[in-house]
Design a protein around this ligand. Sequence first.
Ligand code: ADP
Ligand code: MG
Length: 582
Amino acid sequence: ARGYTAWDCTSPAFVKTTDAGTCILCIPAAFTSYTGESLDYKTPLLRSMDAISKEALKALALFGNTSAKKVTASVGPEQEYFLIDKKKFAKRTDLKLCGRTLFGAMPPKGQELDDQYFAAIKDKVASYMTELNEELWKYGILAKTQHNEVAPAQHELAPIFSTTNIATDQNHLVMATMKKIAAKHDLECVLHEKPVAGDNGSGKHNNWSISTDEGENLIDPGKHPETNLQFQFFLAAVLAAVDNNAELLRLSASSAGNDHRLGANEAPPAIISAFLGEQLESIVKQIIEKGEATESPKGKTYVSGASTLPTFTMDATDRNRTSPFAFTGNKFEFRMVGSTQSIAFPMMVLNTIVADQLKKMTDELEGAEDFETACKALIRKTLTEHQKIIFNGNGYSDEWIAEAEKRGLPNIKCMVDAVPALVKEDAVEIFEEHGVYTKAEMESRAEVMYETYAKTINIEALTMIDMAKKQIVPATIKYQTSLAESVNAIKAASSAVDTSVQEALMADISVNLKAMYAALAHLEEVTNKAEEMEEGAEQGHYYHDVVFAAMDELRKPADKLEMLVAKSAWPFPSYGDLIFEV
Ligand code: ADP
Ligand code: MG
């Protein structure tokens, strides 16, 4: 297996120091196979950055900007994570092997009071965050914001944005450093998209923009977006790209872990839509209706009514946390991406589809006799065709799911259903045209995705079987025995004493233990059968439809048993212990 690496001189090299003091020089590099196909995330990402630079420059030339030499796609990835006590983590085989819990009865309290989100950061966590920042700054990573997130034990870090390439490399280092520093604080950093059921999972919000080497952000509406044709052109291109390639974008954020998040009422739904906010929505509406916009809503002035408080200008646009692709002032925030994922893939997809749309629109305008008239007409046509992607309402609501269906927007519910988008003819055409992927590179990645999915679910199923057989069943039987002994002892001591509670409890445990044992046998059987499936789509679907479903069936009686067996007798820490005791 011969292959090649090539240094990526655009991403700074860095030195890693081990605890023993050994220094390791790390040089970001591309990785290519013997046959010349890219094996990494980096090469396609760099190719996509070239593609968007080329197409954006051509577009800019139409608007009279011939001095810009380069357009750079940038991203600021917000990283969500959980911090769990190290000793408790070590007692959970599921967390150790799968990164998420596979069993766990719901604790009496979750995130319903939002008291984690709005509370001050705990001292222990703040110390961790401080050391994490300092370590990241040593690498030249500008870690900036940190705060509590919605779920108990959940937090977030955001660095200052950089090119999509550098930000990707840095995000990989951020994830590794988060884990390393956690160990020093007797903590475990859990990056999985859904470490505990019932509470919010973790994502990675990708704040994306494109700007010239002269410092002009092409996604910035400026003071007068209503008359800023160049901005409207780029806005229309982004919206059209997102609409035309919604399935690809959805795929780019797909993983076995993220299946627990997307569409689960806490993360964006699996339906791709774009939020624009009041200001841009109004401008788009004017353009569609009249051919051009003439006015732009302005922010109001806040008057507090208290003489000691200041007066200030409010924003012209609100934020929307339920949208998968939200405009946030001078950038778009792609909020679907999972917390463990490399952002290289989603950023590569976004760069390429926007490059492709810019090319299509630029080609249409080239040679136009009256550029301004032709450009206005094209913006109007593009926005009219793609307005169905714009949605400013609540993306978590059931009404939106129905409405999206009416609009014909795809709603791909799980990863295995998303993978085919990568090898569809129109996707291959786009990636080949812009020199980002060859057909073979795309097909191999689709295969790898199915395989990774199958392996992930297989490990989870085997871990459940292991925990059920070696921990839950023996612990339950032991507790059951202690109840039986208690009944016997009480009866021997006095026939007048009532033992009906113990007996009822024993009966209840028995019923659930029996159900659990049957579900366990079923899960073992279907997991063993997976080997017989043809690798790829067939096996991937089997794991999703059959094995994953069987895992759910095993979990239900096991979680009921957790509520029946004494805490001291249960073999691993409860949800409450994990998320409320850091
Ligand atoms: P939020 O309010 O959405 O949680 P954060 O402050 O946590 O926002 O993160 C915003 C991210 O967006 C940061 O990484 C920031 O550097 C990045 N960002 C800001 N401006 C731009 C821009 N023009 N292009 C790309 N990323 C940007
Ligand atoms: Mg944030």
